[in-house]
Ligand binder design. Structure first.
Ligand SMILES: *Cc1c(COP(=O)(O)O)cnc(C)c1O
Length: 460
């Protein structure tokens, strides 16, 4: 047992969901039937599910009470006004437009601002953000600093944008950039935070050129907590005040409420510009619903309004962030290499270092997700060659991305410290005998987002 003190859960449990256990033999059959792809597993056969932190939060007693209080009126529901006030109090923008999830917020924003030749910079775009830009024949440009791609750089704000790169990009692209985005925390870059100093600088660069600056704010509370802990002079601020300060530098934000609003479905766009808000609401009515419900039920709006209060509770955040760091510390002890430092919502294991005997074109990250499930019933997701690589049609060879990661995403308020110990022990067992893990090859794949549906086989 580890000597690292576990974070103490600041809640007690009054409703439980039993976890089914399976035997190794059953899991071996199941993963074969799934084509060695953990997306194809029935979730009931997963013991600890670290596939994603999105929409997997446990709601509180007050959120469930809110569900019962939802006003289901088509227009002007009480629940909408409560939700609108909750968002305005934190984000501070005039217009609040609900959507059914984050990508819908992105879609109606980009439909309203992008032209054919547009380009949208960010620190690193999340996949759905990138897809919503590229599907309109515009360009999604990543401008994070070099440290964002270095797994060994143990730095406090690896999510920061390189502002020199931003300035030169904007100078080269005059008239082509209708909006600048910033992802907090930077999900595709290891869940790393962005500093207030960087936010201020990016905001100044955009204001000088009169370009609107928007946050992709899915994990704004986790980002604010990192600022409180890591950035000079904010230690005595409340996380709520830091969040408000962050948003004061921007013109709007998109949000997936499935992350830091502690709900299972929901999202929104919020912004100051009234003309743009009117255009976005037209898109909303076509694709999502009337502006006071936007593709959600009144009860969902109640749950979001309450979740936005709870996510800024500092005892919640302290536990959340310490739980992820705790898993990182346990992995250090177990000799499992990961992207440093641990992120806000996840720890990203360096699979190619853990399994050096598996060459990159035999997908060490993918092989690790198979081993973790088969040995211990844990589901994680590969973020490496399977997800981002592609077969070169001319040479037939796999082209792989720089990093070969396996993400252990921690759902909010769902698992306890002893679950983290179980996960670290499972990975530690693999790290002690890595050569037992076999590489894999793809036997069936689709052209887009192949990792969701691809089928693999093991190579002896
Ligand atoms: C999850 C996520 C989105 C998309 O939100 P959905 O609710 O899944 O549609 C966008 N950006 C980031 C950074 C995310 O993590």
């Amino acid at each position: 047992m580890s000597m690292i003190p576990p974070p103490v859960e600041p809640f007690r449990i009054k409703m439980v969901e039993p976890l089914g256990r399976t035997t190794r033999r059953e899991r071996d059959k199941l993963i074969r039937a799934a084509g060695f792809n953990v997306f194809n597993l029935p979730a009931e056969k997963v013991f600890i599910d670290l596939l994603t932190d999105s929409g997997t939060s446990a709601m509180s007693d007050r959120q469930w009470a809110g569900i019962m209080m939802g006003d289901e009126s088509y227009a002007g529901a009480r629940s909408f006004f409560r939700f609108e006030k909750a968002v305005r109090d934190i984000f501070g923008f005039a217009h609040v437009i609900p959507t059914h999830q984050g990508r819908a917020a992105e879609r109606i924003l980009f439909e309203s601002v992008l032209g054919r030749n547009s380009a949208v910079p960010s620190n690193i775009h999340f996949d759905t953000t990138r897809a919503n830009i590229e599907v309109r024949n515009a360009k999604a440009v990543d401008l994070a600093g070099a440290a964002a791609y270095d797994p060994d750089a143990d730095l406090p704000f690896k999510g920061d944008m390189d502002t020199a790169k931003l300035e030169s990009f904007l100078d080269r692209s005059a008239g082509r950039v209708p909006i600048v985005m910033m992802t907090v925390t930077n999900n595709s870059g290891g869940g790393q935070p962005v500093s207030l100093a960087n936010i201020r600088k990016v905001s100044a660069v955009c204001r000088l050129r009169k370009i609107p600056f928007f946050f992709d704010a899915c994990r704004f509370a986790e980002n604010a907590w990192f600022i409180k802990r890591r950035e000079k002079s904010y230690g005595s601020w409340t996380v709520r005040d830091i969040a408000r300060k962050m948003f004061s530098y921007a013109d709007g934000a998109t949000m997936s409420a499935k992350k830091d609003a502690l709900v299972n479905i929901g999202g929104f766009v919020t912004l100051n510009d009234s003309d743009l808000a009117a255009r976005i609401k037209n898109m909303l009515i076509i694709g999502e619903g009337f502006p006071t419900y936007g593709g959600l039920a009144g009860r969902d709006l109640e749950a979001m309004a309450q979740g936005l209060q709870e996510v800024l509770d500092e005892s919640y955040l302290e536990h959340r962030m310490r739980q992820v760091a705790y898993l990182g510390n346990l992995l250090d002890e177990a000799g499992v290499p990961y992207f440093k430092p641990a992120g806000g919502h996840a720890v990203y294991v360096l699979a190619d270092r853990l399994l050096p005997h598996i060459p990159r074109d035999r997908f060490p990250g993918w092989a690790l997700t198979v081993a973790l499930y088969r040995e211990s019933g844990i589901r994680a997701v590969e973020i490496g060659g399977g997800m981002f690589g592609r077969k070169n049609p001319r040479t037939g060879r796999e082209e792989v991305p720089d990093l070969e990661l396996v993400r252990l995403a921690i759902p909010r308020r769902v698992y306890t410290a002893s679950h983290m110990v179980f996960v670290a022990q499972a990975l530690g067992a693999i790290a002690r005998k890595p050569e037992r893990v076999k590489g894999v090859r793809i036997v069936e794949e689709s052209r887009f987002l192949r990792h969701f549906t691809a089928r693999f086989e093991e190579i002896d």
